[in-house]
Write a protein that binds this ligand. Structure first.
Ligand SMILES: Nc1ncnc2c1ncn2[C@@H]1O[C@H](COP(=O)(O)OP(=O)(O)OP(=O)(O)O)[C@@H](O)[C@H]1O
Length: 261
C-alpha cells in the first residue's frame, strides 16, 4: 500500500446511487440486487473476476445497455436523487455522465473536431467558444502541450496513450459531472497508464469518477472506495484501504490476495 496516493475526500454527498438494481440479459440474471452509493469527488473502483458484471453495472450508469436487445433493468439508479431511467432524457444523462472505454476510440477526424463534436451537437457553433473548449479540455486531460501544434491533424495518427487522453478530453468537453472509465488503461503501456492515473486523481477534484479495473495496484493507487463483484453479486463495498488490507468477506480476501479470479 506504499503507492497509496489517494487524497482525503472533500465531500460526503452521494452523486450516484443504485438501489435494489437487477440486470437481466434475457433469462440470465447478470446483476443481483445491487445497492451502491458513489460519493461525489471520489474515485470508486469496481473490481472482480471476468464476467462478474462490472461492465454491465458501469454501462447501466449512463444507460449504455438501452440498445442491448433483451436487456432488462429493475430497481433504480439515481443521479443527484433523480431516477436516470425514468426522469432524465438519455442525451442529457450522457452529457452529465461521460464514459471512456477500454480501447481508445477517437472519431476518424481531426483532434480539434473530436473535442468540438460534443459541444457542437449541444448547439455551440461560435468558433472562439469552441477554440476555448478545445484548449481547456485538452489541458484538463493533460495533453494540450503535446497536441497544441497539431490540432488539425487526424486523431487516428496519435499513439494509444495519446488517443486515450484525447478521449478523456472529448468526454470532458461537454462538462460532465460523472466520468465512467471501463478498463481505460488496460491497452496502454505503464507510462501512459501512470499519466491517466495521475489525471484521474486530479480530475476527481471536479468530477465523480467510477472505474472498472482488473489491476489491484491501480485500484489501490487511485481509488477512494472499492466495490468487489462476484457472479453478479456485489459482495463488499468500502474504503479501498479497508477492502485491500482488512476485507470482511472471505471471498473478497481471496480475490484481493490473488487466490482466485
Ligand atoms: N449483451 C449481452 N448479452 C448476454 N449476456 C451478456 C451481455 N453482456 C454481458 N453478458 C453477460 O453478463 C455477465 C457479466 O458481463 P460483464 O461484461 O458485465 O462482466 P465483467 O465483469 O465486466 O467482465 P470482464 O472483466 O471480462 O469485462 C457475463 O456472464 C456476460 O457473459
Amino acid at each position: 500500500m506504499e503507492n497509496y496516493k489517494v487524497k482525503k475526500p472533500v465531500s460526503t454527498k452521494v452523486k450516484m446511487a443504485s438501489q435494489n438494481m437487477n440486470v437481466y440479459y434475457g433469462d440470465f440474471h447478470a446483476l443481483k440486487d445491487i445497492n451502491l452509493n458513489f460519493p461525489e469527488h471520489e474515485i470508486t473502483a469496481l473490481i472482480g473476476p471476468s464476467g462478474c458484471g462490472k461492465s454491465t453495472f458501469l454501462k447501466s450508469l449512463n444507460r449504455m445497455n438501452d440498445l442491448v436487445e433483451g436487456c432488462k433493468i429493475t430497481g433504480s439508479i439515481k443521479l443527484d436523487d433523480v431516477d436516470i431511467y425514468k426522469e432524465i432524457d438519455v442525451n442529457i444523462l450522457r452529457k452529465r455522465v461521460g464514459m471512456v472505454f477500454q480501447h481508445p476510440n477517437p472519431f476518424p477526424m481531426s483532434i480539434y473536431d473530436n473535442i468540438a463534436y460534443g459541444p457542437r451537437t449541444h448547439g455551440i457553433k461560435n468558433k472562439a467558444k469552441l477554440d476555448d473548449i478545445v484548449e481547456d479540455s485538452l489541458k484538463k486531460a493533460a495533453i494540450w502541450d503535446e497536441l497544441k501544434d497539431r490540432l488539425k491533424k487526424n486523431a487516428l495518427g496519435l499513439s494509444g496513450g495519446q488517443q486515450q487522453r484525447l478521449c478523456i478530453a472529448r468526454a470532458l468537453a461537454v462538462e460532465p459531472e460523472v466520468l465512467l472509465m471501463d478498463e481505460a488503461t488496460s491497452a496502454l503501456d505503464p507510462i501512459s497508464t501512470g499519466k491517466i492515473e495521475d489525471l484521474a486523481l486530479e480530475l476527481k477534484e471536479k468530477y465523480t469518477i467510477i472505474i472498472v479495473t482488473h489491476s489491484m495496484q491501480q485500484a489501490t493507487r487511485i481509488s477512494d472506495k472499492t466495490a468487489f463483484f462476484l457472479l453478479g453479486d456485489m459482495v463488499e463495498f468500502g474504503d479501498t484501504e479497508q477492502i485491500f488490507s482488512n476485507p470482511r468477506d472471505e471471498r473478497t480476501e481471496r480475490y484481493v490476495t490473488g487466490r482466485f479470479g
